[in-house]
Design a protein around this ligand. Structure first.
Ligand code: 13P
Length: 234
């Protein structure tokens, strides 16, 4: 069983989500399917497909105009929330410390945080890939998270770019993440790969050791693109 998570980012409509959920009903799979969609779509009847949000406030409630708390997300019936996505880190200057606080809020509300880490092109070119990944995990994942978390490795330079690291690079990154989590006392944590995952590379990527699934951006928006990714692995 693999985790196949879609991140719709700021795309789609409630109708598009209803159509996707309808199409997913006919898919014969043992994989866990998650759709992380804009807040406005979280209340639709998703027919058994787990929904998630894409960000959460570090605050519980109060005068924080525009923010949405973990409790509010949980109230919709959503089960997951992405925290520390590279676009949040890039455009909203979210640091590992903020990401960790968000993960804690999610856990306290009974949500499973999908905690993203990954290096920029600049960091990659400076030979810092492994240290950025390791500090990303150590500083963004709460030590007492238990089993209720997912980590996603998203090389930031490869997102939406049609670029992917080599299989050896993905293997090395995922081994480091798994080892770092174990070093923190966190075992059996699924680690997903995300960045330019498509139907034609999904099965190969998910055959790499320590890759427990994928976090898919653009190719999760249309059922014709997403379903072949889901069915590419058992
Ligand atoms: P793409 O699949 O569009 O590269 O996006 C990946 C991503 O950011 C998923 O969270």
């Amino acid at each position: 069983m693999k985790f196949i998570a879609g991140n719709w980012k700021m795309n789609g409509t409630r109708n598009a989500l209803k159509n996707m959920v309808g199409a997913l009903k006919n898919v014969d799979t043992e994989n866990t399917i998650i759709l992380c969609v804009p807040y406005t779509m979280l209340c639709i009847d998703s027919g058994g497909v787990a929904l998630g949000a894409q960000d959460v406030s570090v605050h519980e409630k109060g005068a924080y105009t525009g923010e949405v708390s973990a409790t509010m997300i949980a109230e919709t019936g959503a089960k997951y929330v992405i925290v520390g996505h590279s676009e949040r880190r890039q455009y909203h200057e979210e640091t590992n410390s903020i990401v960790r606080q968000k993960a804690v809020m999610a856990l306290n509300a009974g949500l499973t945080p999908i905690i993203c880490v990954g290096e920029t092109m600049e960091e990659k070119q400076a030979g810092k890939t492994m240290s950025i990944i390791e500090s990303g995990v150590r500083e963004s994942v709460p030590n007492d998270a238990g089993h209720n978390i997912i980590v996603a490795y998203e090389p930031r330079w490869a997102i939406g770019a049609g670029l992917t690291p080599t299989e050896a690079e993905i293997a090395e990154a995922h081994k480091l993440i798994a080892d770092t989590l174990i070093g923190m006392g966190l075992t059996e944590i699924p680690v997903l790969y995300g960045a330019s995952v498509k139907a034609d590379n999904a099965a190969d990527i998910m055959s790499i050791p320590n890759v427990d699934g994928v976090l898919v951006g653009g190719a999760s928006l249309k059922s014709d693109d997403f379903i072949p990714i889901i069915t590419s692995v058992k």
